[in-house]
Design a protein around this ligand. Structure first.
Ligand SMILES: [Ca+2]
Length: 247
């Protein structure tokens, strides 16, 4: 284990995680405490930051923004004939769109930042414009381990068992999903930029109907960065009170 010797570096004896605190000065005399840590999980980050306070580093904590916790969802997809991708914090509501495409021979990409601390849902509205055949195919990735798909990894493909589908709407009555073959199979051939293990999928029903595909994205429930900052300020006030009551 590499032991950091920087005086402002907190080194727990057990797991090698460290946290560095410093000050950042802004306009009109404003300032904030900024921090850097090798902890990959927010719970670990919170623990070592709180340890700093217990060590007597009694100042207010203002996190340098929610970016430290941001997890991005990346999508590469196409449909015969068109799709729009949304991300939502509800299985039943559509959420905000972040990617779309309307030409099956082109792979469309998009990325969006997930809402931390809650389950997110990827919703796909796929629809046929020009008649049979019809399909949707996609490869998904998550930028870090704060979120995971039902297969407990940061990667997902169409054809995975975790997808649900409806012809009514998101969260509507579920329907079966037809697996039309792996990427590369006829009539669409190999769609570039999408894993060869991804499958072309659709559902039974009238061709012209919209298909509503959903994939759940899981996370552990953790305090939001804003709550962490409040906890930090609370700890600082407690430390000040203890000091002044001793004096
Ligand atoms: Ca079609």
């Amino acid at each position: 284990m590499q032991v950091k010797t920087h005086p402002k570096t907190y080194v727990p004896k057990t797991d090698g995680l460290w946290c560095k605190l410093g000050m950042s000065f802004g306009f009109a005399g404003t300032w904030k405490i900024v921090w850097k840590t090798n902890a990959r999980h927010p719970v670990d980050a919170q623990r070592i930051i709180m340890n700093r306070f217990r060590l007597g580093f009694g100042v207010g904590l203002a996190l340098a923004g929610a970016s430290a916790y941001a997890t991005d969802l990346n999508l590469a997809a196409t449909a015969d004939d068109a799709f729009t991708a949304f991300v939502s914090t509800s299985a039943n509501s559509v959420g905000g769109s972040f990617a779309s495409g309307n030409s099956w021979s082109t792979t469309f990409t998009g990325s969006t930042t997930l809402t931390p601390g809650v389950t997110n849902y990827l919703h796909i509205d796929a629809f046929d414009v020009a008649g049979a055949p019809s399909m949707f195919i996609a490869e998904l990735g998550l930028s870090d381990a704060d979120f995971w798909f039902d297969n407990n990894t940061q990667s997902a493909l169409t054809g995975d068992a975790a997808w649900t589908a409806s012809t009514v709407g998101f969260g509507g009555t579920a329907t079966t999903i037809d697996n039309l073959g792996a990427n590369g199979s006829s009539p669409w051939g190999s769609r570039s930029g999408i894993s060869s293990s991804a499958s072309f999928i659709w559902t039974p029903g009238t061709v012209a109907d919209h298909r509503y595909f959903t994939l759940r994205i899981n996370t552990s429930s953790v305090p939001e960065p804003a709550s962490l900052a409040v906890i930090g300020f609370g700890a600082a006030i407690l430390l000040r009170r203890r000091k002044s009551s001793k004096a």
